[in-house]
Design a protein around this ligand. Structure first.
Ligand SMILES: Cc1cc2nc3c(=O)[nH]c(=O)nc-3n(C[C@H](O)[C@H](O)[C@H](O)COP(=O)(O)OP(=O)(O)OC[C@H]3O[C@@H](n4cnc5c(N)ncnc54)[C@H](O)[C@@H]3O)c2cc1C
Ligand SMILES: *[C@@H]1O[C@H](CO)[C@@H](O)[C@H](O)[C@H]1NC(C)=O
Ligand SMILES: *[C@@H]1O[C@H](CO)[C@@H](O)[C@H](O)[C@H]1NC(C)=O
Ligand SMILES: *[C@@H]1O[C@H](CO)[C@@H](O)[C@H](O)[C@H]1NC(C)=O
Ligand SMILES: *[C@@H]1O[C@H](CO)[C@@H](O)[C@H](O)[C@H]1NC(C)=O
Ligand SMILES: *[C@@H]1O[C@H](CO)[C@@H](O)[C@H](O)[C@H]1NC(C)=O
Ligand SMILES: *[C@@H]1O[C@H](CO)[C@@H](O)[C@H](O)[C@H]1NC(C)=O
Length: 541
């Protein structure tokens, strides 16, 4: 347990007295007092934003990706604090704890349910925005890099490519994702079949723990170091920086995108993809992006399936691999684009052909939509008749997207228990379901949420069971929520076992050890509650 802090009582009573009125300033005043007195650090007022500051909303909105969580009815932080160095983060934890103010941690705001900047279970809260902690040190000799939490994966890719064209990093496809949150949930991308996840390629980390201490791997110990690599963000501490292992990439890689509509035989080809996607050469990653499109000039709506791929090799060898495994797609030399690894990143992220890699240093290419998403893992090919039903459902929705991501290769070689991310051998692919819309109208949100839940029900028989697994980086609050108080093991295990399978239990044990007072909490944080015998309704379905 924590040693008692120096001045918790007087500060807390001031806080409680003012808690019902206009509170931003007084909560912030108390916070700043605490920083000076308890944490013994002076931080200029200009690092804090209250709703009074003209830039409050623009800072809040800056990296937030899901517009659903920015509508006026969503709770707003009392203030935003943007630390400029590691001591600021330590001080923020000490004062959040001493003043009992709830905090949310944000690296780059891509959380699907806005958990990094909105608390729907507890107000007041403040936002600790790490966007200014973004230094990157790449060391080609040791093939490693230290990356601060607020850096984007695109910045990391760029900084590596600046020093070497034969090194890369195995992480996400969307360059604006924050390395801070990304690695906490796993982090997959085009090289996952060859090298695994971002979290599989982390060798050290610096975190601020629940007591405000900075710990590296050696100081935190292997249990906590295990938990932070895939156990979900915002549960165990604040990641200041990750030390990652670079991976070798060839000087020339090949990318392609081949699309097939229903009229062009999409269903049969997709059925074949399911039989080979996880088995073919590990150098080849072919994902399928499924959307609606207009078939021909008359504009009848149809479904299009786009095979979007990276091959770690040249086009000649790629054509051989495709000929052997997946001739049905009909890939030709003309479809193949040979390029450098860093330009393949731009291609996969869908930048225009002649965009220069420097774009990766700007965080402006944001996704920003109203959206709701879900995920599934698939272990047996989905029959063609079921695909036909799926197309019908897609055609009922305004702007649906599915992304099918192949597994196999390195993903099957790493044990389920190596890190908390458990979705390994036996998975052919993962499905991400998305629906996007364009306005904050609540009725529209209800309609789209209803549609995606029906789709999820339709897919239940074809997805993994016991548990029906889900990807924590595609956070889905439909799977269940923590209560403000008294979340039981049984309640939390509903979503915990979907995200982490048996690793959930070890995550709970680590949580009890490192954060028994639950300083780091949110709607789906790991609760510090042990399994009790009376929790008998525990189910893994
Ligand atoms: C457009 C888009 C594309 C995506 N593409 C991919 C992809 O290709 N591959 C993939 O695997 N995922 C992808 N994701 C999902 C993404 O990996 C997760 O949303 C990830 O958690 C985002 O990290 P962040 O720092 O940007 O998010 P944030 O919203 O800042 O954080 C996410 C979660 O982690 C916590 N957290 C944030 N920073 C820290 C920290 N420093 N220490 C402790 N906890 C922290 C937050 O509180 C929150 O709970 C994508 C998401 C979007 C919106
Ligand atoms: C906003 O500023 C005004 C004056 O500048 C002050 O009276 C008020 O208390 C402030 N309110 C908040 C919520 O910060
Ligand atoms: C962080 O910034 C503060 C000023 O706000 C300064 O006093 C402190 O020395 C800095 N700490 C580090 C580790 O740079
Ligand atoms: C926010 O407003 C306060 C006073 O209203 C001011 O002192 C502070 O510097 C402002 N912060 C920023 C980041 O502008
Ligand atoms: C992109 O442009 C280069 C020349 O700048 C060209 O060789 C290449 O084929 C183009 N790729 C695509 C996909 O258009
Ligand atoms: C919903 O979105 C559509 C456009 O997709 C828009 O025309 C409509 O006004 C929105 N609101 C409602 C309640 O449907
Ligand atoms: C639930 O939480 C409340 C508030 O903290 C507490 O008073 C109560 O004893 C708790 N109940 C159980 C069953 O733990």
């Amino acid at each position: 347990m924590m040693p008692p802090t120096k001045c918790i009582l007087p500060l807390l009573s001031v806080l409680l007295l003012s808690a019902s009125g206009t509170t931003s300033i007084s909560i912030l005043d108390n916070f700043i007092k605490c920083l000076t007195i308890n944490a013994e650090i002076y931080i200029p007022f200009s690092n804090f934003y209250t709703p009074n500051n003209s830039s409050f909303l623009s800072i809040l909105e800056s990296s937030a990706q899901n517009l659903r969580y920015l509508v006026p009815s969503m709770p707003k932080p009392e203030f935003i604090f943007t630390p400029l160095n590691e001591s600021h983060v330590q001080a923020a934890v000490i004062c959040a704890r001493d003043l009992r103010i709830h905090l949310r941690i944000r690296s780059r705001g891509h959380d699907y349910e806005g958990l990094s900047y909105v608390s729907q279970i507890e107000t007041p809260f403040f936002l600790l925005d790490l966007a200014k902690l973004r230094s990157i040190e790449v060391d080609i000799n040791s093939k490693t890099a230290w990356v601060q939490a607020g850096a984007t994966i695109g910045e990391l890719y760029y900084r590596i490519s600046e020093k070497s064209n034969i090194h890369g990093f195995a992480a996400g496809l969307c360059p604006s994702v924050g390395i801070g949150g990304h690695v906490t949930g796993g982090g997959y991308g085009t090289m996952m079949r060859k090298y695994g996840l971002a979290a599989d390629n982390v060798v050290d980390a610096r975190i601020v723990d629940a007591r405000g201490r900075i710990l590296d791997r050696e100081a935190m110990g292997e249990d906590l170091f295990w938990a932070i690599r895939g156990g979900g963000g915002g549960s165990f501490g604040i990641i200041l920086a990750w030390k990652v292992k670079l991976v070798p990439v060839p000087a020339t890689v090949t990318v392609f995108t081949v699309s097939k509509t229903l009229e062009q035989g999409a269903t049969k080809i997709l059925y074949k993809w399911q039989q080979v996607a996880d088995k073919l050469d590990e150098d080849l990653f072919i994902r399928v992006i499924i959307k609606l499109a207009n078939a021909g000039p008359k504009g009848k709506r149809t479904v299009t399936t786009s095979y979007n791929a990276l091959f770690l090799g040249d086009s000649e060898r790629l054509l051989q691999v495709m000929h052997m495994w997946f001739p049905e797609l009909g890939l030709t030399r003309n479809d193949c684009i040979e390029t450098s690894w860093i330009r393949s990143v731009l291609y996969i992220a869908d930048f225009q052909n002649n965009t220069e890699p420097e774009i990766l240093l700007e965080a402006e290419f944001l996704f920003k939509n109203y959206f709701k998403a879900k995920s599934d893992f698939v272990k047996e090919p989905i029959p063609e008749s079921v695909l036909e039903g799926l197309w019908k459902m897609l055609l009922e929705e305004d702007n649906p997207v599915m992304i099918w991501n192949p597994y196999g290769g390195m993903m099957s070689k790493i044990s389920e228990y190596e890190i908390p991310f458990p979705h390994r051998k036996g998975n052919i692919f993962k499905i991400q379901y998305l629906t996007l819309w364009k306005d904050g109208d609540r009725k529209n949100a209800t309609k789209h949420n209803g549609w995606i839940r029906r789709l999820y029900d339709y897919m239940a028989p074809y997805a993994s069971i016991f548990p029906r697994a889900a990807y924590v980086n595609y956070r889905d609050l439909d799977l269940g929520l923590n209560k403000k108080f008294n979340t039981s093991y049984t309640e939390a295990s509903a979503w915990g076992i979907k995200y982490f399978k048996d690793n959930f239990n070890r995550l709970v044990r680590v949580k009890i050890k490192v954060d028994p007072d639950n300083i780091f909490r949110h709607e789906q944080s790991i609760p510090p509650v042990p399994f009790r015998l009376e929790d008998t309704s525990h189910t893994t379905a």
